[in-house]
Design a protein around this ligand. Structure first.
Ligand code: ZN
Ligand code: ZN
Ligand code: ZN
Length: 156
């Protein structure tokens, strides 16, 4: 019994080493451009947490409920969105109703990724009432106000 456990352990360790050697190195990150249009804020019908800002089948980060969200104005904004090529600054029309999506500049052939707009929300500190901007993360978390050091709980 002790021998077979030892043997099994050996195999696992060799396996790990091989995997580490086989990890490809990625040194050319695709250029990303942030979209100006974000999908609307939707709350989970099951637990009322804020859902990730996406369209399509979205799963709630808190209770794992899957909700189908679609928003025609966002799709329309995405299709007609004007993006400036990160390489040659040519103005391009995205023409795609999904984010993220890949785009290729018609002028300089640079390929880049157009990603969702990062959504930020404003909350006010319950102690000094200062407005704080932050990236909403579903669920509850503690925030420390940079102005007065008060720690308070926010829930999205
Ligand atoms: Zn939920
Ligand atoms: Zn270009
Ligand atoms: Zn404060």
């Amino acid at each position: 019994m002790a021998f077979s456990l030892l043997g099994h352990h050996d195999v696992v360790e060799r396996g790990v080493e091989m995997t580490e050697q086989n990890i490809p190195t990625v040194d050319d990150d695709p250029i990303t451009v942030e979209s100006r249009h974000a999908p609307p804020t939707v709350h989970c019908p099951n637990c009322d947490s804020m859902m990730p800002h996406k369209l399509g089948e979205i799963s709630c980060a808190v209770c794992s409920s899957v909700v189908r969200v679609d928003h025609k104005p966002t799709r329309r904004d995405w299709v007609t969105e004007k993006v400036s090529c990160p390489s040659c600054s040519e103005i391009l029309i995205a023409g795609i109703d999904e984010r993220p999506c890949g785009l290729k500049c018609s002028s300089c052939s640079t390929i880049f990724k157009l990603i969702s707009k990062e959504v930020k929300v404003e909350v006010s500190c319950p102690s000094c009432e200062r407005t704080l901007r932050l990236k909403p993360r579903p669920g509850s978390r503690n925030l420390t106000c940079p102005a007065c050091d008060e720690t308070f709980l926010v829930t999205f």
